[in-house]
Ligand binder design. Sequence first.
Ligand code: IPE
Ligand code: IPE
Ligand code: MG
Length: 242
Amino acid sequence: MMQRALISQPRSLHTAIIMDGNGRWAAARGLPRGYGHKAGGDAVRRVVQAAAELGLGTLTLYAFSGDNWQRPEREVSSLMRLFHSYLLSETEKCASHGIKLNVIGRRDRLSPPLIEAVRRAEVITSRGSALQLNIAIDYSSRDSIINAARLIADASFSREAFSRAVADAMNLKGPSSDVDLLIRTGGEQRLSDFMLWESAYAELYFTDKMWPDFERADLEIALRSFQARERRFGRLPEAAAI
Ligand code: IPE
Ligand code: IPE
Ligand code: MG
């Protein structure tokens, strides 16, 4: 009922979120940054549940960028521990709610136990059809484009073939990897190497809210904003195209 009022055809929608602001959320409370990441994990659980209830087709969450390896080792390892514990605690829940979990990004720099947890989560949730949940870990959009170019070493490839190769290169499954709505929390207005190819016609939505404060209501506000926009894809608006 809610989802029909909120957005038409939610199933075909690809929403992507750059979950930013965990560190500043913690600093504002006089807490170490790790507390912000932990609170960010709770926000992920809330937003995934809301996305499944709203019937959104695909949700892609940017959890760790290729450049985030440059952070202090202590912060990186606490984030890796969080990803691992998220997978351990959420895999069965995702499976029982029909959420199909897929991790995109490089795997070779993750620890073997984390790689195994990812593999297990993907197998156990593989039959889910209520929500496609992509979590981007060690993700770089530029790397994914380079990998796609390597896959298609053929000068005559089409745009569609390249688009499929970009999706395949990062294990991004689904009928289309194009992003419809791209949300970034935390007040910054940049893409930070996220979904550069897939966001060619994405509607951008920026909010000053720090990621740990992001609630279901904030997702609904972003979806309403998306719903009110006119997407043109380079064409003229309907009314003017006579
Ligand atoms: C986003 O929050 C989470 C990751 C990048 C892993 P940040 O850690 O970037 O938080 P800020 O931007 O420093 O507040
Ligand atoms: C982007 O946030 C990466 C994630 C949210 C996972 P960053 O905080 O790393 O981006 P910059 O450094 O502000 O561009
Ligand atoms: Mg940040």
